[in-house]
Design a protein around this ligand. Sequence first.
Ligand SMILES: Nc1ncnc2c1ncn2[C@@H]1O[C@H](COP(=O)(O)OP(=O)(O)OP(=O)(O)O)[C@@H](O)[C@H]1O
Ligand SMILES: [Mg+2]
Length: 393
Amino acid sequence: MPIENSKLKMKLDRKDILKALETITIAGEGKNMVESGAIANVITFGDEVVVDLVLHTPAMHIKKRAEDDIKKTILELVSPDAKIKINSKVEVPDKPEIKGKSIPGIKNIIGVASGKGGVGKSTVTANLAVSLAKMGFSVGILDADIYGPSMPIMFDVENEKPISVMVDGKSKMKPVESYEVKILSIGFFTAPSQAVIWRGPMASKALNQMIFDADWGVLDFMLVDLPPGTGDIHLSIVQSLPITGVVIVSTPQAVALADAKKGVSMFMSEAINVPVLGIIENMAYFTPEDSSESEQAKQLPENKYYIFGKEGARNLAEDLSVPFLGEVPIVQSIREAGDYGRPAAMQTGSIIETVFEEITRNVVREVVSRNENLPATEAVKITTMAGCSAVKK
Ligand SMILES: Nc1ncnc2c1ncn2[C@@H]1O[C@H](COP(=O)(O)OP(=O)(O)OP(=O)(O)O)[C@@H](O)[C@H]1O
Ligand SMILES: [Mg+2]
């Protein structure tokens, strides 16, 4: 009697498949694929298995990597003869409703600060902005670095000038727009080679004009790229602007961390009292590759060189009990993209896009939670006389 074909066929067990899939983590999700809800269903028929995969990011390289990982894992851990079919679906979660009320039309003003110079505030500001815009938020950048404005170069709008428009019978500056981000910078009003010497009140006046005499329209977020340090200009800004919160950027280096700590204490001091949304570690490690498709990049965890020390900013966040918002590696393409005028996070499918998506999600989460739990920040009135008293307006 002929032996029935089906009797020879192996029978896959759904439980074994799920157990195997628990060993895979999707980039940026933290939990394993099964726990994170990415596996919507697994059906087995003899030696065939159908996996329904739901991803929460539109990034194609993450979809491809997740599909490859599923196939490889089932073949290795369950059966080398399994016939695998994957149905992938992308469901990007709705962007949270951004409430907030800083100044009319501008819902949230977020300062990007550091103590030390050159740690990557402007780079982080530019990449956060494009990442927020990609998520569908309306975003503006106020480049408040009066000593060295960077945004015109980083957004390739060096030769542009804001035009003047009439709004309700008043003449207003129209921010320059690039990659769906509205930008005003002191750099638009000074020659690149011109060294501008600003005194606190002058700088404050110029910044006030860029905020209040400009046609920003409706913004979910205005990011303010602050100059380095914890000086005069920072006080001018918190005096004129109701800041929702600040993000502190630091490298893992001891000198940068010491200055970042000063920055955090300045904003958190009783006199200023601006919420610190968290710390971002920039230049967290060096990695020579930025192409998500290369074998080397897939080995990223083994490809990290902690040249400025390891996890310094993460530990500082823990010490100061402020949220840690994520780490950005040193990659050549971030520097090149900054100089070229196209923030690196715009590069679809790159690791940097994923890195900034994760950090941006964390920043948005902190803003939402801050707005739920704390009253709106008011501009601060500071009297810098002997004894240095400060009161809320
Ligand atoms: N993660 C990174 N990988 C590679 N290069 C980076 C990274 N972050 C910043 N850079 C580069 O380091 C330099 C300093 O960065 P950036 O201008 O953003 O710092 P900053 O804190 O704004 O400086 P400043 O205090 O002068 O305003 C720039 O050339 C930038 O392209
Ligand atoms: Mg800068």
